[in-house]
Design a protein around this ligand. Structure first.
Ligand code: ASP
Ligand code: MG
Length: 473
């Protein structure tokens, strides 16, 4: 009989220092006693940011940076190593690997400083160093518990396209490579500890899957290995009904559907990378979100169909770092290409459009992008519509960054009348002004744009209105 297989991912905080890694290693070793287990790990928390900052400094010509960062990384990882692994021989084995990675980092920073050029390819190579340092450390900690384990670089497993900084997996090739590399280890009872976040092109060039991409690595490997489940171990109890920093009564949701979880992920509930569920949908592999700091808690199970609850609303979410852009004026009525040109412009500058709303009077089109994308989007739009602006066909392109999106999410909202009414009534009572509203025809998400300072009030009142603070559902 084929052994049950779990793919487990541990985020940056779950490998944040020696004691976190020790806890993580316990979870892995326990799982490996009962199932086949593939672990996927992030960089130690904060490391990826530091690597990228150093790359930017090097690009600015600061050549002293390389030595300083290498030293800091060595100290951090060495401290964990000393704590986790007792025998000098075992330590030396992990240290050798770490030194190789650090030496490579040093060459990358020095090269960047010399050329004052940071290509997406080099940035990927630099960003990947954190996972390449943490995986050997975690594998060492697992061995320390008497469980056979080996660190594996995902460049040997995950084959991607060539889009550096946000590569997409090529699943057929990934499946072939992953099975060929991992199956023999699993059969020998060895736990592979795989670097999250990275892959390689068919030619072997290292790529990254985008920031926060280790979640995605785990589900890619889960699908490639026909795993029975994927567990994302993190530092929160699961998917919550709302952000607990804003809504004290927020609760963990026991079961949620792929679609609901994806809506929440897209809408900034920072639990999952937005693409995480894509690889597992077809094979219907369940994904758990669990707290590595409280492994006794059940967490949230994400399944194809979720579980329906009375009111239909499962959770609320808010995105704050967003900007509202509006293109319009009476002149655009009947100008059929304004919509098309607006969104081909956003696509050209690769701005991620989070919400779109146009009233039927067609007087203006407004949409929301991440604030980080706003400036280049507006500049591109002003260029695209320069002629129309000059001739007053398009009267204005305006920008407002003091806004936020709040979304009410739940798959069974579909066909349940009155949810929008209830939401807007509650907001009205609290004097929250609605700037724009959107509901997709999937009806699993009603989103609205409000002033940023009203977010907390909006969340608290809607959360109560739908009884999300009541018993778990
Ligand atoms: N270390 C990478 C990042 O910080 C990937 C991850 O943690 O998921 O973006
Ligand atoms: Mg993450």
């Amino acid at each position: 009989m084929k052994l049950r297989l779990q793919v487990m991912k541990f985020g940056g905080t779950s490998v944040g220092d020696a004691s976190c890694i020790a806890r993580t290693a316990q979870i892995i070793a326990r799982a490996a006693r009962e199932n086949g287990c593939v672990a996927v790990v992030s960089a130690m928390s904060g490391v990826t940011n530091r690597l990228i900052d150093a790359a930017k400094n090097a690009q600015a010509g600061n050549s002293g940076e390389a030595a300083a960062v290498v030293d800091a990384l060595r100290r951090q990882h060495e401290a964990a190593l000393t704590n986790l692994i007792q025998q000098e021989e075992e330590r030396a084995r992990v240290r050798r690997k770490m030194e190789e990675v650090l030496a490579e980092g040093r060459r990358l920073w020095e090269g960047t400083a010399l050329l004052r050029e940071l290509t997406p390819r080099t940035l990927d190579a630099i960003s990947s160093l954190g996972e390449r340092l943490s995986a050997p450390l975690v594998a060492g900690a697992v061995r320390e518990l008497g469980t056979a384990s080996e660190a594996i670089e995902a460049t040997e497993l995950i084959v991607t396209d060539t889009f550096h900084g946000g590569a997409e997996p090529l699943m057929e090739a990934t499946r072939e490579k992953s099975q060929a590399q991992l199956q023999p280890l699993l059969e020998k009872g060895i736990v592979p500890v795989v670097t999250g976040f990275i892959g390689a092109t068919a030619e072997g060039q290292l790529t990254t899957l985008g920031r926060g991409g280790s979640d995605y690595s785990a589900t890619i490997l889960g699908a490639a290995m026909d795993a029975d489940e994927v567990i994302i171990w993190t530092d929160v109890d699961g998917v919550l009904t709302a952000d607990p920093r804003l809504v004290a009564e927020a609760r963990t949701i026991p079961v949620i559907s792929y679609r609901e979880a994806a809506e929440l992920a897209y809408f900034g509930a920072k639990v999952l990378h937005p693409k995480t569920l894509n690889p597992v949908v077809q094979a219907a592999i369940p994904v758990w979100i669990r707290n590595s700091f409280a492994p006794e808690r059940p967490g949230t199970k994400i399944t194809p169909e979720g579980r329906s609850i009375g009111g239909g609303v499962k959770a609320l979410t808010a995105i704050r770092d967003v900007t509202l852009i509006s293109v319009g004026g009476p002149g655009i009525v009947g100008l059929p290409d304004v919509l098309g040109r607006t969104f081909s412009t956003t696509a050209e500058v690769r701005a991620n459009v989070l919400l779109i709303s146009q009233s039927s009077s067609q007087n203006d089109i407004c949409f929301i992008v991440s604030t980080g994308d706003a400036q280049r989007t507006v500049e591109a739009l002003r260029k695209e519509f320069a002629h129309d602006l000059a001739h007053h066909k398009v009267e204005h392109i305006t920008v407002d960054s003091n806004v936020a999106i709040v979304a009410v999410v739940g798959e069974n909202m579909r066909g349940t009348p009155g949810i929008a009414g209830k939401t807007f009534n509650a907001l009205g009572r609290e004097n929250v002004n609605l700037i724009a509203i959107a509901q997709g025809s999937s009806e699993s998400n009603i989103s609205f744009v409000i002033e940023e300072k009203a977010v907390k009030t909006a969340l608290i009142t809607t959360h109560r209105e739908f009884g999300l603070d009541a018993a778990p559902h």
